[in-house]
Design a protein around this ligand. Sequence first.
Ligand SMILES: Cc1cc2nc3c(=O)[nH]c(=O)nc-3n(C[C@H](O)[C@H](O)[C@H](O)COP(=O)(O)OP(=O)(O)OC[C@H]3O[C@@H](n4cnc5c(N)ncnc54)[C@H](O)[C@@H]3O)c2cc1C
Length: 417
Amino acid sequence: MRFSGLRVLKEGLTGNKGWSPHWRDADPKPEYDVVVIGGGGHGLATAYYLAREHGITDVAVLEKGYLGGGNIGRNTTIVRANYFLPGNSEFYSHSLKLWEGLEEELNYNVMHSQRGLINLFHNDGQRDAIVRRGNAMVNQGDDAILLDRAALRRKVPYLDFDNARFPVQGGLFHPRGGTARHDAVAWGFARGASDRGVDLVQNCEVTGIDVDRGRVTGVQTTRGAIRARKVAVVVAGRSSQVATMAGMRLPIESHVLQAFVTEGLKPCIDHVVTFGMGHFYISQSDKGGLVFGGDLDFYPSYASRGNLPTAEHVMEAGMTLMPMIGKARLLRSWGGIMDMTPDGSPIIDRSGIEGLYLNCGWCYGGFKAVPGSGHCMAHLVATDRPHDAAARFRLDRFRTGRGLMDEEGTGSQHSLH
Ligand SMILES: Cc1cc2nc3c(=O)[nH]c(=O)nc-3n(C[C@H](O)[C@H](O)[C@H](O)COP(=O)(O)OP(=O)(O)OC[C@H]3O[C@@H](n4cnc5c(N)ncnc54)[C@H](O)[C@@H]3O)c2cc1C
């Protein structure tokens, strides 16, 4: 089924009876060429690009819950390509280019909105760091504009520019940054993969990975054993647990990240605004809710709900930056499980076990990575070679210390990141 304006009009006038399900809810077969574990954004995108780019369609995506029920449906939907270090820089640039054609590619409205993203700075040192970042972005072929205080005030007049502790001096504007509708991204990739023959199997938890003489042979699941030539582990916050099934210990800790949404308000925030000093970022959804978040809860956990001290910290940061937010009523808060690596950068690599591939370590920034990650992961699984844009996302960098991408500059230790 193709979506179009005409189709929406016709269905609207005829009681919306002509729509068909977006994907087949498949039962697992005993054997596949490729099994992808995890039906989040990255797993579904991997399956889609395996079929679309490499013609590999004997693929199953095994999801322990329902498709899109993990972090892909829990994030604050920010999409950007404003990284500084080689490795991350070219990858996120690649991903943003894929975002820009994604709706046509999937024939699906993922509501990608390039409303622009602003990173604030509050002192000269921060301004210099932000200028360096902006230059790296421009050199990579992306966009960045330095805004002084007056230019920034014209864009975001509602900020407390003269805050005593964090006076706002300016910002780095990334016009192609923005947001997208998170679960529509999962649904769009699911529909595209299913249309091309991929089996999307829900309520199917992988409980074991079968390895014979150094080669993967299949998986054990709550719906029976499934043989596979290749297995891709794409389970975000559960990466360490699933890797353990193959006898591996990953350099990953799982932490909770929370997000918040207010009641619907009239349009008042046109951009994505990030306030790094206060650990706070915000945008306004198309329904009018202010969607915002902060930092991790900062202790390892598999509970996808957060704690009040972090919620309080986020509210304080919001009030510091834009006191008007105090008038809005908070509707909901929730949490997701983040797969944190020591250097804050991801892994897309072979595992050391033949036929077993890893895609993990997305930390709190993996939503914007979804198309790029799926694209590069599919390339790796299909060809056994890394895609150029993801060549630095190697697993062995944590063993050798070479090629770490410590984007935050906090040192490559879990406890400092
Ligand atoms: C509050 C919050 C805010 C965020 N904000 C942003 C943002 O603004 N921008 C951004 O870029 N990123 C953001 N992120 C990060 C981003 O959402 C994640 O990095 C990304 O979604 C992770 O990849 P995924 O979509 O594949 O994960 P998931 O959707 O979590 O997919 C993994 C899937 O694997 C399944 N699974 C796990 N174990 C098994 C098993 N044994 N068998 C079968 N299936 C299994 C899970 O059920 C899950 O569905 C945020 C995250 C959170 C929680």
